[in-house]
Design a protein. Structure first.
Length: 663
């Protein structure tokens, strides 16, 4: 019977495509082992799991011998099942009675995540307890992590996929008085809290900022098209920097301590500079191989580039989301690339793939992505404090943007490289967490030679002097020379312009159709509002209101979720709406129905407004690209002149329309 139960569970896991977990479980041999033992409990059909801990003869019971169901009720009685879209994290699977208790009480919009760091315990559970129906219904996800000091990658993947549907995280612990279990539980709870904060940060809260990014992409496309891409560089030079040192230079206050040493590393390591460090490098006569930028706002250009001469030898390697003025500061060839995110990916398709890199949340993260993609190793961090100095200074002395605070007024601290508390900010702490996640995920050989600042888990601490003496030994090829030797093929440019013009139209159609659906949903919502105002009198009227709410959820939100670029654009207002609805609880009353309608209406108005804004930007960008296509590709100018932006997509045609538009 146990084999049959296990097979049911495995089949269910394969159905939801959890292949990595199945492979890990299949590699575990239960027969003949004596570490995980299951025996009959006091109650009929009850099972008790006992586990022998390493280097010990004694066993630990993972559930009650006398009444495991009663124990499960006690362990889970604090859970509030009325919260919509709750993620319940059970740390440790035991014999699964608490998991089944939770699954049986979950509301339809909540999820159970069962986290286990012992593959033999998890396989033992799935050998004896059938969770197949719960797995297939999406009620429970199992995450197997590697040991008590695991980096919890699988937990991260699951939480990220569920994030837009998570309103609150509730945790459940087993009554196991074991030091390693308690340590793992504390680590996991802290990880979940940090992960949620990091994902919250990634959602953003400014749709206009995203529109600025789209606009920047459009106006940078001609520059991107005529310059080589990061992908082309890697294809031509492949492993030229593989296993060679790369130094990422940030602008933290500790940079003042060791910046002078970087001159010795020039030509012996790839020097990758955050744009905020360029003034300090210039003062010390250091010319980096690469400078990068990541921000889309005008302030970045004005602070770090305006009226400043960029060294000819330094190559700009930056995504097309940055301000076009930054691109124009470089007269020599640049390397174009795109962030690894859906909207940027759409633009990358337009220009026939210039390459993508991990960009994280800061320019230093992006340089880490570039160095990793080049195969550089070790990757060395300099000036990456992610904290104030002891004196409250935020950046290196030459930084264009810096501040000094009273450290007595700072209430957020992290551990520094010496294990002592050091003042930081919420943003810097999140940047630190992104570093830690990425370094662990790719198992990067990363050295922190900042000689101060926050401790970044996964890095090795060395002084820059030690790094240079140990790793900066051999001469490296000149990065500028390699980039200048790459030519964009003559037929690539007209193809990219054709692609761009057609994809801009196609993209605008997506927002047009979304807007039509939002207007239809808004009309249904308005009719429902009128019904509610007069008073619900019949079942038919109540059904109409429910149908209006369902239309928004199914035709707008769920349909939008199938399109990653639209999801990325609207994730903040959707997340906001979901959380407002979740606060109402799972019970429908006249009051909660009215609140649902109001929240939906606000969301629909936002979608309608920003669909129009994006369409206007795309329309203007299309005309800009068309002019550039004609001027750049004179042999094909007639073809480009014949490509027109459809009249029905022009925003000026919507000015006098009625609100009741149907698909």
């Amino acid at each position: 019977m146990s084999q049959e139960i296990y097979d049911h569970n495995i089949k269910a896991l394969l159905k939801i495509n959890h292949i990595s977990l199945v492979n890990a479980l299949e590699a575990v041999e239960l027969e003949g082992q004596e570490r995980c033992v299951v025996f009959e409990g006091n109650e009929e059909d009850s099972k008790v799991l006992k586990v022998r801990k390493s280097n010990r003869d004694n066993y630990i019971l993972y559930n009650s011998f006398y009444n495991p169901m009663k124990e499960a009720e006690e362990l889970t009685k604090h859970i509030d099942y009325t919260i919509n879209r709750s993620l319940i994290a059970a740390i440790g699977v035991g014999m699964g009675y608490h998991l089944k208790q939770i699954c049986n009480h979950l509301n339809e919009k909540s999820t159970l995540l069962a986290i286990e760091n012992d593959e033999m315990i998890l396989k033992t559970l799935l050998w004896h307890q059938d969770f197949s129906d719960f797995i297939e219904d999406g009620k429970i996800y199992f995450a197997l992590v590697d040991g008590e000091e695991a980096e919890l990658k699988e937990v991260s993947n699951i939480v990220e996929n569920l994030f837009l549907n998570i309103y609150e995280i509730q945790t459940v612990l087993l009554p196991i008085y074991d030091l390693s279990y308690m340590k793992f539980s504390r680590k996991t709870i802290a990880y979940l809290a940090d992960l949620r904060n990091m994902l919250e940060f990634g959602v953003g809260n400014d749709l206009d900022d995203t529109i600025d990014g789209i606009e920047n992409h459009l106006y940078n496309l001609p520059h991107v098209i005529k310059n080589p891409g990061f992908k082309q560089f890697r294809e031509k030079y492949n492993d030229v920097y593989k296993n060679k040192p790369a130094i990422i230079i940030a602008s933290g206050p500790s940079l003042d301590k060791n910046i002078h040493l970087l001159k010795e590393a020039k030509g012996k390591a790839l020097l990758l500079a955050c744009d905020g460090s360029m003034e300090s490098l210039k003062k010390h006569g250091i010319v980096p191989d690469v400078v990068s930028s990541v921000e889309r706002i005008l302030l970045t250009y004005e602070a770090f580039y305006k009226d400043k001469k960029m060294p000819d030898e330094t190559v700009l390697v930056a995504p097309a989301v940055v301000r076009p003025e930054i691109m124009k500061c470089f007269s020599n060839k640049t390397l174009s690339l795109f962030k690894s995110e859906p909207i940027a990916g759409y633009f990358n398709e337009m220009v026939n793939d210039k390459g993508t890199v991990f960009s994280g949340s800061s320019v230093a993260h992006q340089l880490l992505g570039i160095a990793t993609a080049l195969g550089a190793s070790p990757i060395i961090l300099v000036g990456q404090d992610l904290a104030y100095s002891r004196e409250g200074v935020s950046h290196t002395s030459e930084a264009s943007v810096k501040e000094k605070v009273n450290v007595q007024e700072v209430n957020l601290f992290v551990k520094d490289i010496y294990g002592e508390d050091i003042p930081t900010t919420v943003v810097w702490k999140l940047f630190k967490q992104v570093y830690e996640k990425y370094i662990a995920f790719l198992n990067i050989d990363c050295i922190d030679a900042t000689e101060g600042g926050a401790y970044i888990e996964g890095t090795k601490i060395m002084t820059l002097r030690e790094v240079i003496d140990t790793y900066c030994v051999d001469d490296l090829p000149n990065f500028r020379g390699l980039v200048d030797s790459i030519d964009v093929e003559s037929n690539d440019m007209p193809r990219a312009y054709h692609n761009s013009l057609s994809k801009i139209i196609r993209w605008s159609k997506k927002y047009y159709l979304l807007r039509l659906r939002s207007l239809k949903s808004k009309e249904l919502n308005n009719q429902s509002q009128n019904i509610m105002k007069i008073g619900l009198n019949t079942d038919e009227e109540l059904d109409f209101v429910y149908d209006a709410l369902d239309y928004t959820e199914n035709k707008i939100v769920k349909n939008l979720a199938k399109q990653p670029d639209l999801t990325m654009f609207f994730q903040y207002p959707i997340t906001l709406a979901v959380r407002e609805i979740n606060k109402l609880g799972s019970e429908y009353t006249l009051e909660t129905i009215q609140c649902n309608l109001d929240i939906h209406l606000k969301l629909l108005e936002t979608i309608n407004t920003y669909c129009l804004k994006v369409m206007k930007v795309l329309e203007t960008g299309f005309e800009f690209m068309k002019v550039n296509a004609i001027e750049t590709n004179r042999n094909e100018s007639i073809i480009f002149k014949e490509i027109h932006y459809p009249d029905y997509l022009k925003v000026s045609n919507f000015e006098n329309e009625k609100s009741g538009v149907h698909e």
